[in-house]
Ligand binder design. Structure first.
Ligand code: ADP
Length: 734
């Protein structure tokens, strides 16, 4: 600082070296001018120097107390040979290269670029650009050492180009990474948005669903085979696009199979005493059914697990078939499911649709099992006789597979595609008529008949069960509502006509509702229904029981019919008039009845001689048979003997006893064949005031089974042929 301010600066080859020798220094350095010296704390001095020209270090002149060097200016003879064009070419190419460098390297300052634009001297340009490059000092040293201008130019350009390339590669890498980050970012945002949208729509995320399914699967009680298959389905579900229909199908399937009670069972109550108590508590009568159930329980208790019998309850509507089944479930503490088979025509309703089918579902059996939630429920197969088969497959044989103990431990539902074990299900079937149950199915079942109730039984059921049920159902207390015995009797006779008690229950319900209204309205504290005030509540009586005729009449005979609502009487009227031997059938007659009328007339013509009827009679007269319309349609062959008796009475002019009724099929030869529904028919006869009933001989054993209560007051006469009928029915002998 005190002298010329000149200093020679040279770079050490190894920066850590404290006492460098000549050979430890690069040979070329810079002669510089010291511009400023600043003393900092701790004896540190900062020196600002400006490089002036390069110089080659030739030797140390002194080493103490500081280094003094001998430096020689390099000779620049070579540069003298350069033309102006050479210089310009080099100048421009550096400028351009730097321009490029600057565009690919965002950190290269714009100001600097402007600055070098103002330069005109090649040496200066090279020096400044070299200084600006972010390269290692060793590289910079190379530029320093390159004394001839062309060489310096080449070193710099090479460095510059390399830097450009590095920057380009760096940029490319960066943009790739950035792209990837951008894409990830975008996906992340989209996913987050989708999640929110799904949540808004109430749909859950597929992945979390699949996880929930897997968790449910882990909890599921089922065999290995089943679990593996479900797991596979869940994995598949995870892979398919959540918005596809396929995904919906898979979801439905997985949820269904996860809900099935594969190995889940409920404990039965095997206490017979308890079962007996409950069955009696719920139902009046029905002794045969109750007995059979208790037998079954006993057998099962002794054998651990026997073949579950399939009980089929057959009887008219409203006789408690469904409700006793429910009561059996209650007694055994089993889960109860009811499957209605009425109107089922398509096999798929029982066995399910294949998954590929749009809107596919498991069949009713598996659905029933699902809603039961255990694999050993009591399953009520309601109305098995109302099933039919069409081109879509055989419903009966599908049901057969359900009921067959050999096959039903591996029942195959088309939807579920895995064997479902039905062998622990307790099946009870119901039907209105055993004849309409497909034969192979009937063979598998044990039929228990439930017949119509007598008035007396109905009254018991009403008092002991229905009344209490309806009182409670309509929010009344027992002491607020009562129905007298005479009112019940009137309801049974005048307001209902049925085999069972459904209508009766409905009427009691109607009374209870009306009572509830009066009590709630504050009109009354309690309502008592009696025979006297019944009409006020229910309106006029709807049915009058056909009473027997007052007088014995010619050509009018009372038959007995069995209809869907129980027994009924039917009157056959016959008129004979002059004509040409034709006969007419009018009134409410089905085809079967028409045929049995024809058979009857053929029989009469064949035996006309025996009854003293002249041959010509049939050529000169017409016969007209009429059956007045009743409340309920009737058809069947059992009016045969009734029609024959009426025709014969009309021809012979012998009156028929008004207190006699009859039932029986007729053959061409006048034999009387057995009929069904005898109990109901006798009940009807008795209510009509009949005293004597002709019954086919072959029905004798049925009569033995009928309760004395019904038979009391009626004389039953067994007949084998028409002659025996006439003996009883005609007021006098032929
Ligand atoms: P079904 O299935 O034979 O058509 P339901 O089981 O539906 O008849 O019975 C109709 C109603 O009558 C039910 O409320 C039932 O509880 C009642 N019921 C039928 N029979 C009896 C009975 N013997 N004792 C008590 N209630 C009965």
């Amino acid at each position: 600082m005190a002298d010329e301010k000149r200093i020679f600066l040279v770079t050490q080859k190894q920066e850590e070296q404290e006492e460098p020798d000549l050979k430890d220094l690069y040979p070329v350095g810079v002669i510089a001018e010291v511009k400023q010296v600043i003393k900092l704390q701790n004896n540190i001095v900062r020196v600002l120097a400006e490089g002036k020209e390069r110089a080659r270090l030739s030797a140390f002149a002194e080493t103490e107390p500081f280094l003094v060097a001998e430096a020689v200016r390099p000779d620049d003879e070579a540069d003298k040979g350069l033309t102006e064009e050479d210089r310009l070419a080099m100048f421009r190419s550096i400028q351009e290269a730097y321009g490029k460098y600057q565009t690919v390297n965002s950190r290269a300052g714009k100001d600097f670029f402007r600055q070098i634009h103002g330069l005109t001297e090649l040496e200066k340009l090279i020096d400044q650009v070299a200084n600006q490059l972010p390269v290692h000092y060793r590289e910079k040293q190379k530029i320093l050492e390159a004394v001839p201008l062309t060489e310096r130019y080449e070193v710099l350009l090479e460095l510059l180009l390399r830097e450009i390339e590095i920057s380009e590669i760096k940029n490319e890498l960066q943009s790739k990474v950035k792209q990837r980050i951008d894409r990830n970012q975008k996906e992340y945002i989209l996913r987050e948005q989708m999640k929110v949208i799904r949540e808004e729509l109430g749909e859950d995320n597929t992945d979390s669903d699949a996880e929930a399914y897997l968790a449910a699967l882990a909890e599921l009680k089922a065999g290995r085979e089943i679990k593996d298959k479900i797991k596979k389905e869940i994995r598949r579900f995870q892979k398919i696009s959540p918005n596809s229909t396929e995904s919906t199908v898979a979801r439905g399937y997985i949820e269904t199979v996860l809900e099935l009670p594969w190995d889940k069972v409920s404990d039965d109550n095997d206490d017979i005493k308890n079962a007996e108590r409950i069955l009696n508590e719920d139902h009046y009568g029905l002794d045969k059914v109750k007995e059979r159930i208790l037998e079954f329980l006993a057998v099962r208790g002794l054998t651990e697990k026997g073949d579950s019998p399939i009980i089929c309850l057959v009887g008219p509507p409203g006789t408690g078939k469904t409700s006793i089944a429910r009561s059996v479930a209650r007694a055994l503490e089993k889960k109860y499911v009811r499957i209605c088979l009425g109107g089922v025509r398509d096999e798929a309703e029982i066995r399910g649709h294949r998954k590929t089918y749009v809107g596919a579902m498991p069949g009713r059996i598996v659905s029933g099992l699902k809603s039961a939630g255990v694999r050993n429920p009591l399953m009520l197969l309601d109305e098995v006789d109302k099933m039919s088969s069409d081109y879509k497959g055989d419903t009966a044989s599908a049901l057969l597979e359900v009921l067959d103990s050999e096959q039903n431990s591996r029942f195959r539902d088309h939807y579920v595609e895995m064997p479902v074990d039905l062998s622990d299900v307790f099946f009870i079937a119901t039907a209105n008529s055993a004849q309409k149950i497909p034969k192979p199915l009937l063979d598998r079942m044990e039929v228990i008949e439930i017949s119509s109730y007598t008035e007396n039984e109905k009254a018991h059921i009403a008092r002991e069960h229905l009344l209490g049920k309806q009182t409670a159902r309509n929010g009344l207390k027992p002491k607020q509502f009562s129905v007298s015995d005479s009112a019940i009797e009137k309801i049974i006779r005048g307001y209902t006509r049925e085999a069972g008690v459904r209508g009766l229950e409905r009427k009691l319900g109607e009374l209870a509702r009306k009572a509830a209204r009066e009590i709630y309205g504050g009109e009354k504290k309690k309502v008592k229904i009696t025979g006297q005030n019944l009409q006020k509540y229910l309106g006029r009586e709807k049915y009058a029981i056909d009473q027997k005729n007052d007088r014995d009449e010619i050509g009018i005979v009372r038959g007995l019919a069995w209809t869907s609502v129980g027994g009924d009487t039917l009157e056959v009227e016959v008129n004979i008039m002059p004509g040409k031997g034709e006969y007419r059938l009018t009134g409410q007659l089905g085809d079967v009845m028409k045929e049995s009328a024809q058979a009857g007339i053929s029989f009469i013509r064949s035996v006309s001689g025996e009854y003293g009827i002249s041959r010509k009679f049939f050529q000169e007269h017409d016969i007209h048979i009429h059956i007045p319309e009743g409340a309920v349609p009737k058809d069947g062959p059992s009016a045969g003997i009734t029609m024959v008796t009426a025709v014969l009475s009309a021809i012979t002019r012998i009156p028929v006893r008004a207190d006699v009724a009859m039932t029986g099929e007729i053959t061409l030869r006048g034999r009387v064949l057995p009929i069904g529904g005898l109990k109901e028919k006798l009940i009807a006869a008795k209510s009509a005031g009949i005293r004597l009933v002709c019954v086919p001989r072959k029905n004798e054993k049925d009569v033995e089974e009928i309760a004395e209560e019904i038979k009391k007051g009626i004389q039953i006469v067994f007949v084998e042929n028409v002659k025996q009928v006439l003996e009883k029915a005609f007021v006098r002998r032929l």
